[in-house]
Design a protein around this ligand. Structure first.
Ligand code: C2O
Length: 422
């Protein structure tokens, strides 16, 4: 997928507090870093998880607990499904919010999955739960995951099973994609993934859907009447193939009642990140498309309290709390400076390491030769408290070319002398 050859990536270091982005994941952390950061969990592929996998056990436990609650309780299974769409079974301002056919399809579903996941953690009484994803675009994974097909689990009704599905889905047959190319992987790789822009004025050229007007909370934005590329192909087909003629997944008003819905949308969410891995693919423009970022939506947190959050906020919260196991971008937030204020990294000295560093399968350390204002940096590292804005080191890492889809993670640590490591 992502071709990373020759892409210039960088990492800045401000004192020992750091911020940056890289491809593949390269990040600097303070001395004695928590690993992984305590609040960030990993969403994994459901393929290969057997029925007794701990994550699936937690999911079953949460579903059972949620199904016992009344439909007007935001933590109930029914309420959560109704937030997506309802059968008009009782009006509630928090219901029927699914964003389809507009440029908020992806961020709305990201927020929806984010808060749902928090609720599952609460209801399963386990903070480690992260939603697995169903990678239907991968070879051999285009059938409903096995553990969702068994009517029984441990001698009792399996909460992951849903009778209101297409027979073929519950029989585990490879789902036929009656889509443009006849395969979910072709839909993804040849149609959705290469779509260059997030939003344009043509649906077929918009990965994330067409622009519609921003609204003031709590009024729902409208529909453009057309699906963006991610939504129209495999996403919609999965709903139809799993739902069949009249199953839950088939209809937005019932789709989220099926436990597979959430794994499906975790995958749609993950693929958004994989789309962003491609050089040139970007989110809407922060200035020209400010409305996209500012739009607010209501969700319910794990205490059942309504929260109204903007798209910017959703993006920030979701990326802090979870990442996918095949993530190539890693965005670490700038750690607050000693006084509690975030440090604006400022480059004062750039050193070059020669000979060129070559990243390989083995870890290694390399002292950085500081040039330019190196002395200033050394002083700052020695006495961080004296600097409101510690000087920064800029590391450029170039020419990384991992094998396709390799589960690679490069970690770069910049530390003071004696613990030098790169
Ligand atoms: Cu809002 Cu896949 O549905």
């Amino acid at each position: 997928m992502a071709e990373i050859q020759n892409r210039r990536t960088f990492l800045t270091v401000a004192g020992v507090a750091v911020a940056s982005v890289v491809t593949p994941r390269l990040f600097a952390r303070p001395d004695n870093p928590p690993n992984p950061p305590p609040t960030q969990g990993v969403r994994e592929n459901v393929d290969g998880m057997d029925a007794d996998h701990p994550v699936l056990k937690l999911y079953r436990k949460a579903i059972q607990a949620m199904q016992k609650l009344q439909p007007n309780d935001p933590l109930s299974w029914q309420f959560q499904a109704n937030m997506h769409g309802s059968m008009g079974d009782g009006a509630n301002e928090g219901w029927d919010w699914c964003m389809h056919m507009n440029w908020w399809f992806l961020p709305w579903h990201r927020g929806y999955v984010y808060y749902f996941e928090k609720i599952v953690r609460k209801m399963s009484e386990n903070d480690s739960f992260r939603l697995p994803y169903w990678a239907w675009e991968k070879a051999g994974q285009n059938g409903l995951p096995g553990t969702f097909r068994d009517a029984k689990y441990g001698g009792q009704d399996n909460p992951l099973f849903e009778a209101k599905r297409a027979d073929a889905a519950n029989k585990g047959q490879p789902l036929p994609a009656g889509s443009v190319a006849g395969s979910f992987s072709v839909d993804w790789e040849e149609h959705a993934l290469p779509t260059e822009r997030f939003s344009t004025n043509r649906a077929a050229m918009s990965y994330g859907g067409l622009r519609v007007a921003k609204t003031m909370a709590l009024k729902k934005p409208g529909s453009s009447g057309q699906f963006g590329m991610m939504e129209s192909l495999a996403h919609n087909r999965i709903h139809m193939e799993v739902g069949g003629g009249n199953g839950y997944m088939m209809d937005p008003r019932t789709a989220a009642r099926d436990p597979i819905f959430w794994f499906h949308h975790a995958n749609v969410d993950r693929l958004w990140n994989r789309w962003l891995d491609v050089k040139g693919h970007q989110l809407p423009d922060p200035t020209a498309d400010k409305d996209w970022y500012d739009q607010e939506f209501p969700f319910y947190d794990e205490n059942g309290k309504q929260v109204v959050v903007s798209v910017s906020k959703i993006l920030e919260l979701a990326s802090k709390e979870s990442r996918y196991d095949d993530e190539r971008h890693f965005v670490a937030a700038a750690a607050p400076a000693a006084g509690g204020k975030a440090v604006e990294p400022k480059v004062v000295g750039v050193g070059s390491v020669l000979p060129m560093l070559k990243l390989g399968p083995k870890s290694f350390s390399m002292p950085l030769q500081l040039t330019g204002n190196g002395q200033q940096l050394k002083t700052a590292l020695a006495n961080p408290a004296e600097y409101a804005e510690p000087p920064a080191v800029l590391l450029e890492v170039e020419g990384i070319k991992p094998p396709q889809d390799a589960p690679l993670v490069y970690e770069v640590f910049v530390t003071k002398k004696r613990r030098q490591a790169i």
